[in-house]
Structure formats: structure tokens, C-alpha cells
Design a binder for this molecule. Sequence first.
Ligand SMILES: NCc1[nH]cc(CCC(=O)O)c1CC(=O)O
Length: 322
Amino acid sequence: MTVPLRLGTRGSALAMAQSGQIAEAVTAATGRPVELVEVVTAGDRSNAPVHRLGVGVFVSALRDALTARTIDFAVHSYKDLPTAAAGGLHIAAVPARQDPRDALIAQGGRTLAELPPGATVGTGALRRIAQLHALGLQLEVTPIRGNIDTRLARVVGPEADLDAVVLARAGLARIGRADEITETLDPMLMLPAPAQGALAVECRVDDQDLVELLAVLDHAPSRAAVTAERAFLATLEAGCSAPVAAYAELAEGDTGDEIYLRGAVISPDGTRDLRLSRTGTPADAAEIGKALAAELLDLGADSILGHEGHTGPGTQQFGSTE
Ligand SMILES: NCc1[nH]cc(CCC(=O)O)c1CC(=O)O
């Protein structure tokens, strides 16, 4: 009898959905049974604002369990991973990415353009707060947190107290609530978070058999896109809670595949909005991300990110508020 592989997962609906899906994919591709092992993270135990909780709160307990060998592999929402590499661990697969766009869920089926001045829109992510303000619609942006169901309850059902919330389309789709979206936001209005919609399948780097086995789930175009977006984020020395957005699209050019990367750094009040794009080949994904970040730094992105006076690596120490 084959010993099951132990897949460590948080207990949230989103984590269980994505871990379950990857467990099935591993079994289908390799014939190996997979068992889910629930790991409680500091982020799940606390009600404190996420930016106060420290290094990748939703991630570190899973990584500790990997290192302690109580689990064999873990599935993360890629956008929640700190940009700093984790010693002894390896991202063995980036599966095919889901729709990376953000979505609006508004009362009365409304779109952003249909919300009147003063309408209340809930989101906790600085990146979304900044872009909502930059639209100039006089929306009343309200900080919210909690899991996806908690955030949706602010607009749907008896406890609803906001006109709208903004959430990632991918998360809603994974927990089966995409039908409540009233507008999928064009990246021209709301550029997604780096790696949004992508998963990272992680195991110990010395577990060579598993590294090879999990590689069957890797999707090269998704990995290239995420590599460009994350190189952009890392070069800005910004963490996943910074007002930084990036979106790489792959298209067929005249001379083969082309990557088209858009990146933005926006002040939280929306008054300073730096956006540029760059193209190149998927093989140069990391270089494209770095070069785009360097261009934005030349334009003053540092001052928006508040790096002056910082000694450490930007906001990397913070967990995600995405
Ligand atoms: N920490 C929140 C988080 N992390 C991953 C997702 C789902 C989207 C994704 O997998 O990128 C979400 C919810 C959201 O942003 O609405």
C-alpha cells in the first residue's frame, strides 16, 4: 500500500477548496493518494489587523510544518507569499492560473460606474484603496478584513452595511460564489496584485522525488507571468501589503511568445499614480519585472512606498492584506 502524501492546509473555505483541488490533481496525475492535514496559522487565530501580525502570518505555520516534516507539501495563494525566499523550501509547481482580475460585488447588481458619489466600498488592500481613490468617483472607501464570506456579508444578506466590496475573482470562483459578482474589473481600472489568481505548490527542496512528482502540475506560461510580476514587486522592495499592482499577459507575437507586463505604484489617496508597461520574452520574465520596477523607481515610486528612512527591506515583513 502506498503511503499517502500529506498536504498541509489552512482550514478556511478558500484554503480547503484550493488544497482539495490540488490533492485531486496530484492523485489524478500520479496515482499517489493525498491526505489533507489541517494547520492552524497565527493569522487564523488573531483578529488583529493583518499588517500588525508579522511575517506572512498565513504562510509561516505551513512552512514550519514543512520544515518539521509533519507535512510533505503545501498550497499557498501565491500573492500571499513574502518575496523573500524560504530556506530549504522549493516552489515545485505553479499550476495554471485562474482569472487574476478583481471583482466588484455591489448591492442592486450595480457596476462601479453606477455607484453614486459617497457610495461605500469595502476593501482592506492598500492597492485596491489607492486605485479606487484614483478613479476620482468620490467613493467612500471603507477598510474591511476577514475571510471571503465575512467580507461578502458586508453587502449580501441581513447584515449588509456597505454598497459594495472588491475581492479577487479567483477566490470567489474557488469557493463557488463567483455568481455574486456584479462587475469583473478591467485591469485598466483595477490592476491586480502580483501573482493574484495563481497558486504556489511548495515542498522541501531535498525531497527530490516529490519535487519531480509535483512538477507535473507546473504550467509554464503561468510561472512566467508570476515570475515577472513577483520580480517587479521584489525589486520595489515592497511586500504584499504595499500599494503595488502588476499583471503580466502572455501573447503570441510575430517571433514567438511575448510577455506584456503592466505595473503600478499608487499613493493610498490616489493622487500619485505611476503606471508603465514593458514587453519581452517569457525567458526574460524576471528581467522584465526588474527593469519595469527600475523605471518606476526612477520616476519616484520610492517616495510613494515610503522607503525614505527605512533601513530594512521595504514592507516585506508584513503579511498580506490582500
Ligand atoms: N489574503 C486574501 C486572499 N488571498 C488569496 C485570495 C484569493 C485570490 C488569489 O488566490 O489570488 C484572497 C482573497 C481576495 O483577495 O479577495
